[in-house]
Write a protein that binds this ligand. Structure first.
Ligand SMILES: NC(=O)c1ccc[n+]([C@@H]2O[C@H](COP(=O)([O-])OP(=O)(O)OC[C@H]3O[C@@H](n4cnc5c(N)ncnc54)[C@H](OP(=O)(O)O)[C@@H]3O)[C@@H](O)[C@H]2O)c1
Length: 296
């Protein structure tokens, strides 16, 4: 296939799933002048997208057949399987590329890659790290995994969705695994934030000021986390700034203060339990990152 022909084909794209995220994706391609074919389980969302310039496919197989590349962005992998795993779709997959932007697990991604390989289709698995209104920004991050040649072939098309696309390698499960990792961080940090709300409330302080203070310290906390990640990767737990014993004192203080004020204390108690275990194992004078040895 000539480069010119490839470029002409790349101007056509299919988007399956027109929920909040799928509709945002379809709109981005329409705005960039792509010929966009859409399919959605509930037809009314596709009809609304037709008014914006999209072409409606009557079935998932017609949608996949219409373009060299299909992006699917539905509720989850189970929904994706409901839409795609039919013999009629399998019959049109040969030579196509499917980009999965529905959230799933590494095993979901592996199953999908194996299924698509049986029918001659290339596959990328992706995990979107932002909300629909944050798409197509210079720092919009989508984690992607799959065969490198497939990623390179679709890099330009994917750049329409944002400037922070991050290719994680051939392991098709990588994007989903990294998504689980970043979400674990988000929910852990979020619960810590809510614990802080309890303390702020207990002294009738201003929650806006609390939010601003947390936002201000987040950039340097990010740098601290990067440093911790490197320490864990290199198994270098010698103290560089503050030993785990300081965090042990801090978390015990949080537990005591929460109990004294009659606040919910399950989260700090959980953290204190882990830090005491690490200290008992002899890591008290190591970098806080040594806590990973208890979790592992
Ligand atoms: N929204 C976000 O902030 C955000 C951020 C990052 C990642 N994501 C991911 O993006 C994906 C889509 O999210 P969304 O916000 O667009 O969700 P949504 O607004 O709830 O839309 C869900 C979509 O899935 C379709 N669907 C659900 N079950 C189906 C089934 N059994 N068969 C076929 N289609 C089915 C729905 O079709 P109907 O219209 O017929 O119901 C709809 O198109 C999810 O995996 C989500 O985790 C979303």
């Amino acid at each position: 296939m000539t480069i010119k022909k490839m470029k002409t084909q790349a101007k056509r794209i299919t988007v399956i799933g027109l929920g909040n995220m799928g509709a945002a994706i379809a709109r981005l391609y329409l705005n960039k002048g792509y010929r966009v074919t859409v399919w959605n389980r509930s037809a009314e969302k596709a009809v609304a997208m037709q008014a914006e310039g999209a072409e409606i496919a009557g079935s998932p197989e017609a949608a996949v057949a219409a373009s060299p590349v299909t992006i699917i962005c539905v509720h989850n992998y189970s929904a994706s399987n409901d839409a795609l795993r039919h013999t009629a779709v399998e019959a049109v997959l040969n030579g196509k590329t499917l980009i999965q932007l529905s959230t799933g697990s590494p095993q979901d991604a592996r199953d999908a890659e194996n299924w698509l390989a049986r029918f001659g289709a290339a596959y990328l698995d992706g995990a979107i790290q932002v909300a629909p209104e944050q798409m197509a920004q210079p720092d919009t991050t989508i984690l992607l995994s799959g065969r490198e040649e497939t990623f390179q072939a679709q890099a330009e098309l994917l750049a329409v969705l944002g400037g922070g696309n991050t290719y994680l390698g051939n392991n098709i499960g990588a994007a989903a695994a990294m998504d689980l990792a970043t979400l674990s961080y988000v929910y852990g940090a979020y619960l810590g934030f809510l614990q802080g709300v309890l303390f702020v409330d207990s002294e009738q302080l201003d929650l806006d000021v609390y939010g601003k203070t947390v936002a201000r310290m987040s950039a340097s906390f990010g740098q601290f986390l990067q440093h911790q990640g490197k320490a864990i990767a290199r198994q270098q737990f010698e103290v560089t700034q503050s030993p785990m014993s300081i965090s042990l004192e801090a978390i015990d203080r949080i537990v005591d203060a929460a109990k004294t004020a009659g606040l919910h204390a399950a989260l700090p108690e959980l953290i204190a339990g882990l830090l005491h275990k690490a200290t008992a194992a002899g890591y008290g004078n190591e970098e806080l990152a040594a806590l990973i040895k208890v979790l592992r």
